[in-house]
Design a protein around this ligand. Structure first.
Ligand code: GYE
Length: 306
């Protein structure tokens, strides 16, 4: 029989079932592309489905991968809770699970092998430290509005937590006066920011859990007759292309980079797990990330990879 692309001598091609969160943001688009490209490059047969930010869709995708007897399952869990039942089904079928991007809360650590993704709590702390730089020289109270990611999602919970830790430890003058989810989308960011601006005349800072919501919020800030980046300082997370464009225009003041290009590390982990060596992997495979302020944006833009 003909050998499939990328397979080692005599070994059968690995099939990976991947359940993506959705298509909510520029980050997600880059992540999806990275997973597809890395699977092709590694000669791994990829079954891919988009859950449109709905947990029930992810659960059915995982069940269908179990029924199809894929070799490995990977998914980026939309929220942290509610996975034990389906993960136990995968375990019973002897199909190893690798989490990517986002983590789950579970009382049974044997239900997944490893997580390939970022440390979102540290990202929240980095956002607070970037805000310290952005506010350098500012005197007096700072009123902060926060656009949260999808409710119950690891990056929303942990970015808020990391930011609050630094705020409570070092900044009695900072206060979060409004905080709501914009579901990680531009439309959500725009709509929620418009409501924030109606309710509060005096917002100094927007902390947005991703660039897309910040970009949506910029439209509402402009519509309210204010200048984003000047009248309201903005710090966001991701570092997608359009975020960098907004930052190079001074509309976003600083961005915490969150790397979506997880495909190659995921495929490496898939191969190790498939070879039965999953126990040699760390429980958490992290990615390298940087911080950027508006003065660095124009120079960094041409070399951005997503
Ligand atoms: O920051 C956001 C996306 O889970 C890290 O999800 C990811 C987040 C990312 O929608 O843009």
């Amino acid at each position: 029989p003909a050998k499939s692309a990328g397979s080692q001598t005599g070994s059968k091609q690995i099939t990976l079932g991947f359940s993506q969160v959705g298509s909510e943001s520029g980050w997600r688009a880059a992540n999806t592309q990275s997973v597809k490209q890395a699977a092709a490059a590694a000669g791994i047969a990829l079954k891919f489905s988009d859950a449109q930010q709905k947990q029930e869709n992810q659960i059915s995708a995982i069940r269908s991968y179990i029924a199809q007897k894929v070799d490995v399952i990977s998914f980026s869990p939309v929220v942290v809770t509610g996975w034990d039942t389906v993960l136990k089904e995968a375990k019973a079928a002897n199909i190893p699970v690798i989490l990517t991007d986002r983590s789950v809360e579970t009382s049974d650590p044997s239900l997944y092998v490893t997580l390939v993704g970022s440390d979102f709590e540290i990202e929240g702390e980095r956002a607070a430290h970037l805000l310290e730089k952005v506010l350098a020289g500012h005197k007096g109270p700072v009123k902060i509005a926060q656009l949260e990611g999808t409710t119950g999602a690891a990056p929303a919970i942990e970015r808020a937590k990391g930011f609050a830790t630094i705020m409570h430890a070092s900044h009695p003058e900072w206060k979060i006066i409004a905080s709501q989810t914009g579901d990680f989308t531009r439309a959500g960011g725009k709509q929620v920011m418009a409501a924030f601006l109606q309710a509060h005349a005096d917002i100094d800072v927007l902390f947005s859990h991703n660039d897309d919501m910040a970009i949506g919020a910029i439209q509402s800030i402009q519509a309210a007759g204010k200048t984003p980046g000047t009248d309201i300082k903005i710090v966001s997370v991701d570092g997608v292309h359009d975020g960098f464009v907004a930052m190079s225009k001074g509309q976003i003041n600083a961005i915490v980079e969150c790397n979506p290009l997880l495909g190659p590390q995921l495929m490496d982990a898939v191969k190790v797990v498939h070879a039965g060596k999953g126990s040699t992997l760390p429980r958490w495979i992290k990615t390298k990330e940087s911080d950027y302020t508006a003065d660095q944006a124009a120079a960094a833009l041409p070399s951005r990879k997503y």
